[in-house]
Design a protein around this ligand. Structure first.
Ligand code: ADP
Ligand code: MG
Length: 628
């Protein structure tokens, strides 16, 4: 038997491992199963190139709990190690790897929440075990080796009588980590980290029901048998070629990923690139609707089919974190902080590749099946709009397929919209005016008025639309968006001929003074205007700019909250050609005048949803009095 001292400069690295990576204790299992997988795949490779004539067969990795002895076993049928290789790979390589890792990250580990993923490898076993044994038999014709280490730098290495090829790791689980002797806990970890690993993983057995033999009676129980419980799918959809997968396969994989999710995804994007970086994966567009506050940890990151994290912040652009699915790339550095990650060149390339793929996919659906794209639009628009706001590259592509639905469910692209309104909706300077509503019910009367005049009214109702409009106005030339209840649209849209006012300028002055005696001018700016006699007598509008700034601030516009605190200001447009205005003007008594103005103002407020509470109650009461 040989004993020796492991050659590390840090006297005892195990307390360090425990201390610094405390929260990540559970990763030991992933590390050991990764090693078992590597060893199995290495053997596969050796047999495939004819390096050895051992039969590869159908190897599995087995995880076993021995509660009595407080042991956890990880057993593989991979290429194994000779005693010499244990010396080299475990005592030297693994130890120095662990040491290097800790040296590098021990300071940052505590505060920056670095990901303890990968790099610790085999030695992460000591996070949960007081003593670790390796019993390993190489595929080469050499005796098996037995290595034991109790966490001090001293180890023993002797021969063992194991005859089957492969490696068994035995962890003597420490009292603080007894949870890892619980079947449920191990099962949970296997599902979390190893669900899609490329070698079959066995954990216990399960009972399988067999078909009843012929001639069995109704009441006879169906026969059962105990079979290996394989916890993983070694060939998940993303590892296959897109050409080998049908729509059903993609949907099936979605269910595999999210067993608790009952709604089907809208469509998927298969990622597959091997130059200049390696990346595979499948992203899904779930039904999003208007909700921006959906869970953002639904994309899972893998490296060579090993689960790493479900926090892909910094790896995919923020707007795509609303999607679901899997990304698998060995080229993403993981032992680093998120801020470093975002600055990393490879990661930047990955992020822009994903953005481009998503844009291309959307474009192809738009081009090939516009009807389907229109149908899905309302469920995907928040992602697209958010992407247009936050990623210029995406904006450029999305500008061609972003849809602008009208209140009557016609879907225009921006170009189509421009074409449609270029003659009918321009102001006196030739600027294009896009009219939109944000709520069909609340703005019903305004929408009707605009439509009666033959204008197109868009329905833009997503929560970030004010930001998008702002961006469109600055990137596109000569265009303004105006909400239907915004600064009166007739001011903006060029008219062929002015309507002649029935009142003289002098009369208008008198009327204005009368109105302003009753109307609270701190809230309403009174504007007299000669309109068609069929138009409403009083119309309340809200300055587009102010309203939009307030909305933008509410949905995260950043900067100071200067608009949010400003009082609501409205325009009150009075149609001097309306009969009622004439009646107000000609009223004999001040009392009657006041009553008419008050009542008209309240009706206008009512149509804008601005009459509430006590004011609404007294309006109703007053109205009953009037018709009595
Ligand atoms: P890494 O996996 O990154 O190389 P580890 O610390 O996890 O680092 O493992 C160190 C080395 O020990 C491996 O490279 C491999 O040569 C050897 N090793 C570990 N586990 C096994 C195993 N189950 N079978 C064969 N060799 C193994
Ligand atoms: Mg490893």
């Amino acid at each position: 038997m040989a004993t020796g001292n492991i050659n590390v400069s840090v006297e005892n690295i195990f307390p360090l491992i425990k201390k610094f990576l405390y929260s990540d204790h559970e990763i030991f299992l992933r590390e050991l199963i990764s090693n078992a997988t590597d060893a199995t795949l290495k053997l596969k490779h050796l047999t495939s190139i004819g390096e050895t004539n051992v039969t590869y067969g159908n190897p599995t990795i087995e995880v076993k709990i021995d509660k009595e002895k407080k042991q956890l076993h990880i057993i593989d049928q991979g290429l194994g190690m000779t005693a010499e290789e244990v010396e080299k790979y475990i005592n030297q390589v693994a130890f120095s790897g662990a040491e290097e890792f800790l040296e590098k990250y021990k300071d940052s580990a505590k505060d920056s929440g670095i990901i303890g993923h990968f790099g610790l490898g085999f030695y992460s076993a000591f996070m949960v075990a007081d003593k670790v044994e390796i019993i390993t038999k190489s595929y080469k014709d050499e005796p098996a080796a037995h290595w034991v280490c109790d966490g001090s730098p001293t180890y023993t290495l002797e021969a063992h009588d194991k005859t089957e090829r492969g490696t068994e790791i035995i962890l003597h689980i420490g009292d603080d980590d007894a949870e890892f002797l619980e079947e449920n806990r191990i099962s949970e970890l296997l599902v979390k980290y190893n669900k899609f690993m490329p070698v079959s993983i066995k954990f216990g057995t399960k009972t399988e029901t067999l078909p009843k033999p012929e001639g069995a009676k109704e009441e006879d129980p169906a026969p059962t048998q105990e079979v290996d419980n394989i916890i993983n799918n070694p060939t998940p959809a993303w590892t296959k070629q897109p050409t080998d997968l049908k729509d059903e396969d993609y949907k099936g994989f979605y269910r595999e990923l999210y067993p608790m999710q009952f709604e089907e995804p809208l469509f998927n994007i298969h990622l597959n690139v091997d130059y200049p970086f390696n990346l595979t994966g499948i992203l899904y567009f779930p039904k999003l609707g208007q909700d921006m506050n959906i869970q953002k940890d639904k994309i899972q990151l893998y490296q060579n089919q090993v689960f790493v994290t479900d926090n892909v912040e910094g790896i995919v652009p923020e707007f795509l974190t609303m999607l679901r699915g899997v990304i698998d790339s060995p080229d993403i550095p993981l032992n680093v902080s998120r801020s470093y990650l975002q600055a990393d060149g490879a990661v930047k390339k990955i992020s822009s590749y994903i953005t481009r793929k998503v844009a291309d996919k959307l474009n192809s659906i738009f081009k090939n099946d516009r009807e389907d794209f229109e149908k899905k639009w309302n469920d995907i628009k928040v992602v697209i709009e958010y992407g247009m706001l936050s990623e210029d590259k995406f904006y450029e592509k999305a500008d061609k397929f972003t849809l602008y639905p009208t209140v009557d469910d016609t879907y225009f692209t921006f170009e189509e919209l421009q074409e449609k309104i270029k003659d009918s909706q321009t102001d006196k300077d030739g600027k294009l005016i896009v009219l939109y509503a944000s709520n069909k019910d609340e703005q019903h009367s305004y929408i009707t008025t605009a439509k009666d005049k033959g204008y197109e009214v868009l329905l833009l109702d997503s929560p970030i639309v004010s930001h998008l409009i702002q961006k469109l106005e600055t990137t596109k030339e000569n265009i303004s968006f105006v909400r239907v209840d915004g600064d009166h649209i007739d001011n903006l849209i060029k008219k062929d001929e002015e309507t002649i006012s029935k009142l003289s300028d002098e009369e208008k002055e008198t009327l204005k003074t009368d109105l302003e005696k009753v109307i609270p001018t701190d809230k309403y700016t009174v504007q007299l205007e000669a309109m068609d006699s069929g138009a409403s007598p009083f119309i309340i509008t809200q300055p587009e700019f102010m309203r939009r700034m307030k909305e933008m601030q509410q949905t995260g516009g950043g900067g100071m909250n200067m608009f949010g605190n400003m009082p609501e200001m409205y325009n009150l447009i009075v149609n001097t050609n309306h009969e009622l205005i004439g009646e107000i003007f000609n009223s004999k008594t001040d009392k009657k005048k006041e009553r008419l103005i008050k009542q008209s103002l309240d009706l206008a407020r009512l149509s804008q949803n601005l009459l509430k509470g006590e004011e609404l109650t007294s309006f109703i009461k007053r109205s009953y009095e009037m018709i009595k």
